[in-house]
Design a protein around this ligand. Structure first.
Ligand code: NDP
Length: 340
């Protein structure tokens, strides 16, 4: 069984060499010993997600997800095929998505956390992104946290990524004016010409972020979907409208810093009566089937499009994961372990 293990806890920017691809010589027995109640998955697609960076460090205070353990296999969201099941909800041949290992075969001892894939006529890799955790994050963050209304002005950072590309399309479907920022001209082109954003800009080329936002939003921003934090958040706070909402989904610009940057313009939250709300998608799983039905209809009606960035093979999983932190991914980053 080939697998990716964490070699050591990470401080600062993660490197490929912080992980190692190893093969344990014994192979994988099906049914596995001591696997009572669990299911065995053949892993097909693995998801690379920014939150995994936090799990690579050692924390004194427990976070909402546990730290990885050096020497042990990395875990994350993925799509797999059931090879063996001791659980009544799953049978051999089912396709599922949920928490699995970065390895060829995994024994899942708590299969209650897995979702059985209902629509197998849609590419299964989509369940690492558009129809999986990141897409669901976009849905929850936009509809539940941002209180959107038709015609409102919406700004999204890291807009071409797994979450951002879908937030923008949901916002357009609601009739909002949508602008996104991204880190390359190619991504800006995707936002405008593939995902249908009204405008987009390359934040790395913007000399003054505050002035740039002012140009795109002369009347201010109603909703900011926050994915990056840092200087962008400060620039947004200057440009928010009265009673604006900030859905704080993530702050990737801070994940590799030893000490997070300060936010200077937080006082605008008071003056502009802004509601700024963080959320974690895991708290909202009761809405998953509602999200799934809505989004599958949009896909089938051709109202939503999707871009993924596919790395081939477990060997390339470490570089795919760390690529998220330099913006190397164009769209949702995933790793193919096997296609069937
Ligand atoms: P993406 O697919 O958007 O990939 C990450 C992107 O972040 C990169 O491509 C890069 O895009 C951008 N980025 C990387 N480093 C920086 C930096 N220093 N400053 C600014 N941008 C940077 O990731 P996801 O869509 O999966 O995740 C987006 C955000 O959502 C993350 O903050 C993540 O932690 C959060 N999240 C939160 C969840 C929740 O439950 N709250 C659940 C899932 C995700 P670019 O080239 O444009 O810079």
């Amino acid at each position: 069984n080939k697998k990716v293990v964490l070699k050591n806890y990470v401080t600062g920017f993660p490197r490929e060499t912080d992980m190692e691809v190893v093969t344990d010589g014994e192979g994988f027995k099906v049914p596995p010993e001591g696997g009572g109640g669990g299911v065995v998955l053949k892993n097909l697609y693995l998801s690379c997600d920014p939150y995994m960076r936090s799990r690579m460090s050692k924390h004194d205070e427990p976070s909402y997800v546990p730290d990885f353990v050096p020497g042990s296999v990395i875990t994350g969201f993925g799509v797999g095929k059931v090879l063996h099941s001791d659980h009544p909800n799953f049978k051999v041949g089912d396709f599922v998505w949920g928490m699995t290992g970065w390895e060829e075969y995994s024994l899942i001892t708590s299969p209650e956390s897995l979702f059985k894939i209902k629509y197998t006529d849609i590419p299964l890799s989509y369940y690492t992104g558009l129809l999986g955790m990141p897409g669901f994050t976009a849905y929850v963050g936009f509809y539940e946290i941002s209180s959107p209304k038709k015609g409102e002005y919406v700004f999204i950072s890291a807009a071409s990524g797994a979450v951002g590309q879908l937030v923008g399309q949901f916002a357009k479907l609601m009739g909002c004016y949508v602008v996104g920022s991204a880190g390359s001209d190619e991504k800006v082109d995707l936002l405008k010409n593939k995902f249908g954003f009204d405008e987009a800009f390359n934040y790395k080329k913007a000399e003054d972020l505050g002035a740039t936002l002012k140009r795109y939003f002369p009347e201010g921003i109603d909703i900011y979907f926050e994915n990056v934090g840092g200087a962008m958040l400060d620039a947004v706070l200057l440009n928010m409208r009265l009673h604006g909402r900030i859905a704080v989904c993530g702050m990737i610009s801070q994940y590799n810093l030893e000490k997070p940057e300060g936010v200077h313009n937080l006082m605008y939250v008071v003056a502009k009566r802004i509601r700024m709300q963080g959320f974690i998608v895991f708290d909202h799983y009761h809405l998953y089937s509602q999200f799934l039905e809505t989004t599958v209809s949009y896909i089938k009606e051709g109202k939503i499009t999707y871009v993924e960035d596919v790395a081939e093979g477990l060997e390339n999983a470490p570089s795919a994961l760390i690529g998220l932190f330099s913006g190397r991914n164009k769209g949702k980053q995933l790793v193919v372990v096997a296609r069937e």
